[in-house]
Write a protein that binds this ligand. Structure first.
Ligand code: UGA
Ligand code: MN
Length: 336
């Protein structure tokens, strides 16, 4: 740029120089050069400023990507001003497992400040669940513990014969107690089985749980719904046909607990050896909860926002028939 200007000055002269004369115009030429140098300096400075601001923006984008990646993985980045909902979900391998987890995770994806604790009923973590969780987009913790044979339901047993998900929920509780601090980040714990159906409204309501909140559960206990009986805003008993004398005659899906309570009572857990239907009562009574403490949600327990749905086990009888007839069933490499 400068050299081409100079060239032009030398060859043709410029209007500001008048007639070209090297000795007379030397000073003017010097001035011109220093003006150009000044301009270059200014441009350099601007360039450095733009580069700096670009670097700052790049850093911001990198931080944001990192934040999103971290959030989607195992770590917890939560809004401190809002209690986190910790859902504890036992799960076990069967034909519908991935479908159940997909349905559940896509409900949970709507929730802010949410952490999913998934505990497999297995001796080690399965690839199916590990892969599923790593791409589900939720903040999660993946754990496992095998239910011992003597307390495990066999495929042909009626489902009520043995309790389910007991040790898994306990491992979830141990994780909470070891890894969280309710003083730093308040939280609410919900035992969300993998086969139920949940309306998002119940999560926003349970987030404010001070001690224990309760609400109706649909399609449970042989009734259209069971629910806490509420009089003048207080729970006075239980609307249920099955074992109404239980201290807390409600399903696992029908209550949430303030995280702090599990720290105030660090020994309390579920047990495979309590009477049928007494899991919920054992834990709540163990934490000295009384009816008076209960916070009725879902419009004073008049709305059903959770359903105790149970997915029918699929009959895969054509797999064997196909094997016999054609030597193979459906491609085992396709994950279902
Ligand atoms: C009812 C209650 O809703 C459960 O909360 C309670 O654990 C159960 O009864 C009981 O009596 O123990 P139900 O629908 O009959 O539930 O039980 P499932 O949904 O079959 O099992 C509850 C949870 O445990 C599920 O999340 C399920 O995936 C898990 N589970 C079940 C296991 O981890 N291992 C098993 O062998 C079976
Ligand atoms: Mn169930």
């Amino acid at each position: 740029m400068i050299s081409s200007c100079l060239e032009e000055c030398i060859l043709r002269g410029l209007p500001e120089f008048g007639v070209w004369c090297p000795s007379e115009n030397e000073q003017k030429l010097e001035n011109l050069l220093s003006r150009y140098r000044e301009q270059i300096k200014e441009k350099d400075q601007k360039y450095t400023e733009v580069k700096d601001s670009l670097r700052k923006s790049e850093k911001k984008v990198e931080d944001l990507i990192l934040y999103l990646e971290v959030r989607g993985k195992n770590n917890r980045v939560f809004d401190k001003s809002m209690p986190v909902i910790y859902a504890i979900t036992p799960t076990y391998y069967r034909g519908v497992q991935k479908a159940e987890l997909t349905r559940l995770s896509q409900t949970f994806l709507h929730l802010p400040n949410f952490h999913w604790i998934v505990i497999e009923d297995s001796s080690s973590k399965t690839q199916l669940v590990a892969d599923f969780l790593s791409q589900c987009g939720l903040s999660y913790t993946h754990l496992n513990i095998l239910t011992p044979k003597e307390v495990k339901l066999k495929p042909d047993d009626p489902n009520w014969l043995k309790p389910r998900g007991v040790l898994q929920r306990n491992v979830g509780l141990s994780w909470l107690r070891k890894n969280l601090d309710p003083e730093v980040q308040p939280g609410v714990v919900y035992f969300a089985d993998d086969d139920n159906t949940y309306d998002l409204k119940i999560f926003e309501q349970m987030r404010k749980t001070k001690v224990v909140s309760v609400w109706p559960v649909g399609l449970v206990g042989g009734l259209r719904f069971e629910r806490p009986i509420v009089k003048n805003g207080k729970v006075t008993g239980w609307f249920t046909y099955w074992k109404p004398d239980r201290p807390f005659a409600l399903d696992m899906a029908g209550f949430a607990v303030n995280l702090q309570l599990f720290f105030t009572y660090p020994e309390v857990e579920f047990s495979n050896y309590v009477k049928r239907g007494y899991q919920e009562s054992t834990v709540l009574s163990g934490m000295m909860v009384t009816l008076d403490d209960l916070e009725p949600l879902a419009d004073n327990c008049t709305k059903v926002l959770v359903w105790h749905t149970r997915t029918e086990a699929p009959k895969l009888t054509s797999e064997d028939k196909m094997k016999r007839k054609f030597g193979h069933g459906s491609d085992p490499n396709v994950e279902v």
